[in-house]
Design a protein. Sequence first.
Length: 283
Amino acid sequence: MIAQNFAYAAPSNLAEALKLLADPGAKVLAGGMSLIPMMKLRLAAPETLVDLRRVPGLNSIREEGGRLRIGAMVTHYELESTPLVRAKCPLLAEAAANIGDVQVRNMGTLGGSVAHADPAADYPASLRALEATVTLASASGERTVAIADFLIDTFTTALEPGELVVEIGVPIEASGTGVSYKKCLQPASGFALVGVAARIAKTAGKITLARIGVTGLSGNSYRATGVERKLEGTTGADIASAAGGIADGIDANSDIHASADYRRHLARVYASRAITEALARAQ
Ligand SMILES: Cc1cc2nc3c(=O)[nH]c(=O)nc-3n(C[C@H](O)[C@H](O)[C@H](O)COP(=O)(O)OP(=O)(O)OC[C@H]3O[C@@H](n4cnc5c(N)ncnc54)[C@H](O)[C@@H]3O)c2cc1C
């Protein structure tokens, strides 16, 4: 299909981009990996595309105040391959490496993925386990929100009209913390039927921190706090029992790819695998 006619703007700075985005008919173009197919299917019909590729500063990765600050236009491939990210936030690098195929990873961006809020996207599991923050900019200023407050529901975020994701903040992983992201993918697209991210820190043989994020299972990603509580304070000897609660109280998706029951089963299996690997890496 062919997209509806649209105007195209490629601003050269953030102020110009924000001015263009104040128009309700304007929409941000990042990697175009989700937006362009939606336009071709006429599920989206923006009057103007505001391409962020020439806006300086949105593609930087820097270390500041114990965190990595990652610009919205950083691509999946850059996250997967940048030594700083691999060393300081390996969970994010692992999630990025799991996305789609090499073409998608070369074009798609972190900011585009979180703004799109696809319930089967990979990043939300890791970003929730990392307790990431999202910095938003508009003509009236900047604000930073927790990822849990940003991802509201299926394709729904806390972005207000005219607002832009400019940066994602993640903690620099402390030594002794092990991480792992495991997903069962839909073979044609690579999207997650279920994806589980685990972050586990161990001190003197006991789990001192467990953060578990889940994507794909339901309409919104979530943190499995019940599983976290079952793990913290233990030696991690009974992973199967902790992982068994991963889908408790969750309204699981059912579609042509997997029934709700099968997704719940996958969630338990992949939670167990992610926790086991994170624990083994937490040395
Ligand atoms: C074949 C294929 C396979 C894929 N497989 C996977 C997969 O396995 N896992 C996975 O997680 N994803 C997958 N994706 C999606 C991919 O990760 C996209 O890159 C991502 O969803 C959107 O990022 P983008 O930069 O391309 O954004 P775009 O498509 O340019 O934009 C997406 C939406 O976000 C808005 N937007 C973009 N950037 C910003 C910003 N900075 N601030 C505010 N709004 C913004 C746009 O206006 C649009 O509404 C796949 C895509 C394709 C085409």
